[in-house]
Structure formats: C-alpha cells, structure tokens
Design a protein around this ligand. Structure first.
Ligand code: SF4
Length: 467
C-alpha cells in the first residue's frame, strides 16, 4: 500500500490517488447551482453586517488575504457578525477543498514522559527523579507500531519528553528501526523541540540532524512546540522552551529539505487576540515562502492538570477557551490561511467529538487521527478518551452532511466513502476495553516494566546505551 505523499490540496488532486472516486469534480450541475445560490445569499448577508466586518468578510470571499488588524476585528465579533464569520469560513472551505472531510488511521507513541523541561502547560512530563517516569525501549515501540499497522494504521506519530543525557541520535535510530520493520508506514515524528534537542545532543546543526532523520525515513514532522510564536509570551508560560527563531529555523529547514510539517497553535491561556492573529500570519508567511505545511491545527489549552493553572505558576491564566473562542480560531484560521494552507483540522482530543463536528461547519475539513494512545491531553485532564474509531469519524462527518474520506498523513486520499456502505474497520471492532488491548498513559506511569532509569544508573538494555 503506497504512502500518500501528494501535498496537492484535495480539491486539486487527480484520479491518480488510490481508490478514490473524484467526488469533488463529480458534483452534479444542480448541486453546483445550489452552491452558487447559497454563495449569493451569503454575500447579501455579509453586505448587511457592521461595515468593518462586512469589508473584511467581503475581501475574504473575493479571495484576498486579510491582515492581522482585520483578524483582530473578526476575533471581537458577536451576534450576527459572529455567525457570518463561521458561514464565510465554511464557504471558503467548500470552494477550496470541497465537501470531503478527512481523517487518518494512526497511533501515537509517546515513548517517554521524562523531560528536562518544565513547560507551564504540560501535565504529561515527569522529572527523571519522579516515580511515574517511563521510557519505552525500541522493541516495545516497534511492537506498538506493528500492532497499529495490523489494525489498519498508515501512520505512527512519535513524540515524547526530552530525557536527560539522551543519546543524540536516538530519534534517528528509532525512526530507522521502525522503517526497517514497517517500510510502508509513515513516521510522523519529532517536534521542532525534539529536533533541536537531538541536534544539541549530537553536536550537529539542525540541518544535519534533519538530514539524518530524512535518511532514516521520517515522513513528516509535527509542527507542535509552537504554542504561540511570541517570545515574551513563551518566556512567561514556558521559560526555556524552544525559541520562536529556533522553531522557525527547524520548520523552514525541514521544508527546504522537502520534509513536510503540520502547524499548530495552543490557545485559551494568557494570549490575546492579537497574539493569535500574528501567530497565524507568521505561519502564512512561512507557507508563502516554503509551501511545506500540510495543515493547521488549533489546540485548546487543557487547564485541569496544567501546572501553570493548577499550581498558580502563571498569573491571570484562563481556564481554556470558551466555545465561541474555539469556533473563532478555526474560522479565522480558515479565512487567513485559505489561499495557502488548504487543510484546517479540528482536534477531537481537545474539543471532543460534538464540538469537532460543529467545527466542520466553520472552516474545518479534517478531524485528525484515531491516535489509539492519546496521552498528552488525557494527562492534562481532557475527557475525550484515547482512541477515536474510524466508524465514529465517518458518522460525525456524515451527520454533518459531508463526505467522509480516509487520508494518508500528507492528505493523499486512501478511501472515499461516498456511499454509506456500513464499512467496518479492524479498529471499529475494538470494544470498550481499549486500555487492556493498547495500554494507556494511566497504566504506563504505574508499570515498573518500563520505569525510566537515569543513564548513569541504568542496567537495562536500551537505556544504558544512552551517553
Ligand atoms: S511540553 Fe514537551 S518539552 Fe515541555 S515539559 Fe512537556 S514534554 Fe517537556
């Protein structure tokens, strides 16, 4: 089964994608004329809004990029203007990527929670002295990847803490080991923070480290560790975190090497609307220069267990975004990025399935992955579980009046479900005993089997090799 590597927006892909009726170009003429009527009615509605909002939304509908100042105005909308914002985002989504809504079958492997950093929003990490630190050896990581493959996954997402005294090329070796066992699986792994750490531990440049990952078979990088790309804000909530300049360097270097990445934002803590608008504009600038982003994923701040909220480490931190904030961020992202990044993803682990479904009507065209072992948000107090079954994605999408499609990591289509054919995937057959089958973060931190041992004290294979 070939791995999808086409970064062409879905709406522009040819029939060369495997097993995919070209549903976007097969739209019946009467449906097309219906869409044109709807677009006309929307334009009439927009013309009746408050003049500043009307001007901005008209520009967006005319295909123009909107400015940071314009985006800030949109963030302040309420009432009819707020409703129109979502409708315009939805219309732009329809024009750019059509009515398909996608998901990917994948598994998260967060192979260690031990980390030398102390980001204020992170409830996942543990100090190496803490009892709950774990570290999965390579054979366990490969076992998990193989199991995911057998359940139909096309991707493993590898991200973790930054363990002390890490062997510099650990990430490269890990990637190579997975690809050796499963040459066809897409390794989506290693955030900019991890790439930076690997390069520092290896005493090489970011470019050299990325080349090593590429040679080992990495398919794409998660554009996480971005939070909000504003240095004073980062210094406030996560001192010592990868800097804005370093994040941009890792991402643009990856793109130069033809390694695609996602892009993200974390919102609902201490940031302002202007921070968010500037962040999205920076991503747009990068995309204009490199074209390497596959998608943009807004991530709500999960406060419950986050140290900066729980322990009051940061003053005036909010308890996450409101429902309207969530809709605005996704809709404004669609409006700001529509000409450049075609895919806007809703994160079910942050927003839950009900709000994610609603976001399909506000600019979103992708619902992310099955994950199987979601740990990061769960440890922070999210209540949405560790797995989303493919059939659940398809149901959410179909109920929203859209066409479900399973995609590969880089948005090549694997299967389009233009008929409700009662498809059942291996992951759909997993019952409620998900933890028993796949393990969980809660179990991992309790198990002695994978307990982290500091390299200077370790006697276990796979751990003592780290220098
Ligand atoms: S966000 Fe990443 S770098 Fe920061 S403490 Fe958590 S695991 Fe470590």
């Amino acid at each position: 089964m070939p791995e999808g590597t086409d970064r062409t927006p879905i709406s522009q892909q040819s029939a060369s994608q495997p097993i995919q009726p070209d549903t976007q170009s097969d739209i019946q003429p009467d449906i097309q004329s219906e869409a044109a009527v709807d677009a006309g009615r929307l334009e009439s509605l927009v013309a009746q809004l408050n003049p500043p909002v009307a001007r901005i939304l008209e520009a967006a509908l005319a295909g123009k990029d909107i400015s940071v100042a314009d985006a800030v105005i949109l963030f302040e909308t309420t009432g009819l203007e707020f409703s129109a914002l979502g409708m315009v985002a939805d219309e732009l989504r329809r024009r750019t990527v059509g009515d398909l809504a996608t998901y990917v079958v994948n598994r998260n492997i967060n192979f260690t929670n031990v980390c030398i950093k102390r980001c204020g929003f992170c409830a996942f990490s543990r100090d190496f002295r803490e009892e709950e630190g774990y570290f999965l050896p390579v054979n366990e990581i490969i076992r998990r990847a193989k199991e995911a493959w057998d359940y139909g996954a096309t991707e493993v997402c590898i991200q973790a803490g930054l363990p002390p005294q890490m062997e510099g090329d650990l990430y490269i070796k890990l990637c190579a080991a997975i690809k050796e066992e499963l040459p066809e699986i897409h390794v989506h792994g290693f955030s900019p923070e991890e790439v930076l750490y690997g390069s520092i531990r290896s005493r090489c440049t970011i470019r050299e480290y990325l080349r090593g990952l590429q040679d080992a078979g990495v398919g794409s990088l998660p554009g996480t560790s971005a939070e909000v790309l504003d240095q004073p804000l980062r210094d406030h909530i996560s001192p010592g975190r990868i800097s804005v300049d370093q994040w941009v360097e890792v991402i643009t270097t990856a793109h130069e090497l033809d390694i695609p990445t996602t892009s993200t934002v974390m919102f609902g803590h201490v940031e302002t609307n202007e921070h968010l608008a500037r962040h999205i504009a920076l991503l747009r600038d990068i995309q204009q220069a490199t074209g390497g982003f596959t998608e943009f994923v807004p991530l709500s701040f999960v406060n419950t267990e986050a140290p900066m909220f729980l322990k009051g480490l940061v003053e005036d931190v909010r308890s996450g975004p409101t429902g309207m904030d969530v809709i605005k961020v996704h809709a404004i992202a669609r409006i700001m990025l529509n000409n450049w990044i075609p895919n806007i993803q809703a994160s079910w682990v942050k927003e839950g399935s009900r709000l994610s479904q609603l976001l399909l009507t506000a600019g979103v065209n992708d619902l992310g992955g099955t994950l199987i072992n979601e740990s990061i948000s769960t440890s922070a107090g999210a209540q949405h579980g560790q797995l989303m079954r493919p059939a659940e994605f398809r149901q959410m999408i179909r109920q929203a009046g859209r066409i479900p499609a399973e995609r590969y990591t880089t948005y090549g289509l694997k299967r389009v479900f233009d008929q409700d054919d009662g498809q059942v995937d291996p992951l759909d057959l997993v019952g409620d005993n998900v933890e028993e089958i796949f393990g969980s973060y809660r179990k991992l931190v309790q198990l002695d089997t994978f307990r982290f041992e500091h390299p200077r004290q370790s006697t276990r294979p796979g751990v003592e090799t780290r220098s």
